[in-house]
Design a protein around this ligand. Structure first.
Ligand SMILES: C[S@@+](CC[C@H](N)C(=O)[O-])C[C@H]1O[C@@H](n2cnc3c(N)ncnc32)[C@H](O)[C@@H]1O
Length: 328
């Protein structure tokens, strides 16, 4: 974890990120009491800037594990009441404690990768641009896509392609990758995947390598394991009347988000247990879901920003006695 003191070079205007469902995020957070707003995935600062524009009485703590994002957010949010830290949202408790903050009034998690990460060939996230097999959000981390693609046993590739990419042709793709080793670059990998998929299926559902790249990226960055503890910590630290928003971009992420939020809202299947009355040991709901289900971007937003198309917005308000709350 490290704090950014505020010095930063300019942002490269060729690589911009359009924050997704920004007006819905701002609207949901508009009623929170004054205090600390935590952006667990501050990225290029678009959502945070919009939230602070609407609510100048909030101070921001923004986290990102990508140093380029920390630099960009520091520039975008210069002059605001904002502390940007290079840290994973899995370290949320540690970061807040190091800053002497015990309670927050709002939180945002906008999972996945940003456009500047995807569009810079040297980051190795994209099947469209030729680059190294990298895909690390935290450039100091050891595991990269190169190791997954060139060293992992075929069975592990099949597992991640199925669970993180919902890839129907996981076995064929894993065998083709193993047979082609060493694979040197992103476009070489994309060509191997395309050739491994039956010709009629290549023409359906976007680029044929999309699901494989998503699966490898999730594995490299261990993305799914960090979601549940971070959401639990954010909910626990939110004052009564405070609010949170979570944006996820694929089914694996959204399943975890939905399960955690429904459980904390007292709506999980376990808690209702097929119509039996709730047991005395059942914890009281900590949050209310607003809306009860998920929201999607408007058709206009999807048309303007195709990367928003898969977004699912889930949001909550913390329950409890507002008088007894209070932000640190
Ligand atoms: C979709 S972008 C967020 C964009 C941001 N909302 C904005 O308006 O610019 C997701 C960001 O989350 C970061 N990220 C992903 N996993 C993370 C984690 N475990 N901890 C902290 N940041 C993470 C990525 O590096 C990326 O910058």
């Amino acid at each position: 974890m490290s704090m950014n003191g505020g010095t930063s070079t300019a942002i490269d205007s060729r690589f911009v990120h359009h924050p997704v469902m920004v007006s819905e995020v701002v609207e949901h957070l508009s009623t929170v009491p004054p205090g600390v707003f935590l952006d667990g995935t501050v990225g290029w600062g678009g959502h945070s800037r919009a939230v602070l524009n609407a609510r100048p009485d909030l101070s921001l703590i923004g986290l990102d594990r990508d140093p380029s994002a920390v630099e960009a957010a520091t520039t975008v949010l210069a002059g605001r009441s904002a502390t940007i830290c290079r840290a994973s949202f899995a370290q949320l408790d540690e970061v807040l404690e190091s800053l002497g903050v015990s309670r927050i009034v709002g939180s945002l998690f906008d999972f996945g990768v940003s456009s500047p990460q995807l569009d810079r060939p040297e980051r190795g996230f994209s099947y469209r641009h030729d680059g190294p097999l990298d895909m690390r959000m935290d450039c100091d981390q050891q595991l990269s896509a190169d190791e997954v693609v060139n060293k992992w046993p075929s069975a592990d590739l099949v597992r991640i392609l199925k669970s993180f990419g919902d890839e129907r042709y996981a076995n064929r793709i894993a065998s083709a990758i193993a047979a082609a080793r060493p694979v040197a670059s992103t476009t070489e990998l994309a060509d191997i995947v395309r050739e491994a998929i039956p010709a009629p299926a290549r023409r359906r559902g976007g680029h044929p390598a999309k699901r494989t790249f998503q699966a490898i990226r999730i594995a490299v960055n261990n993305e799914l394991d960090q979601i549940e503890p971070a959401l639990e910590a954010a909910i626990d630290r939110t004052v009564p009347g405070g609010r949170g928003v979570v944006l996820s971009y694929h089914s694996g992420e959204d399943r975890i988000v939905k399960r955690v939020l429904r459980r904390r809202a007292g709506l999980s299947d376990e808690s209702r247990f097929r119509g039996l009355p709730p047991s005395a040991s059942q914890p009281q709901p900590a949050i209310e879901l607003i809306p009860r289900g998920s929201r999607r971007p408007s058709p206009a937003e999807m048309e303007d920003n195709p990367r928003a198309s898969s977004a699912r917005f889930r949001a909550f308000a913390k329950l409890g006695d507002v008088q007894s709350g209070g932000a640190a």
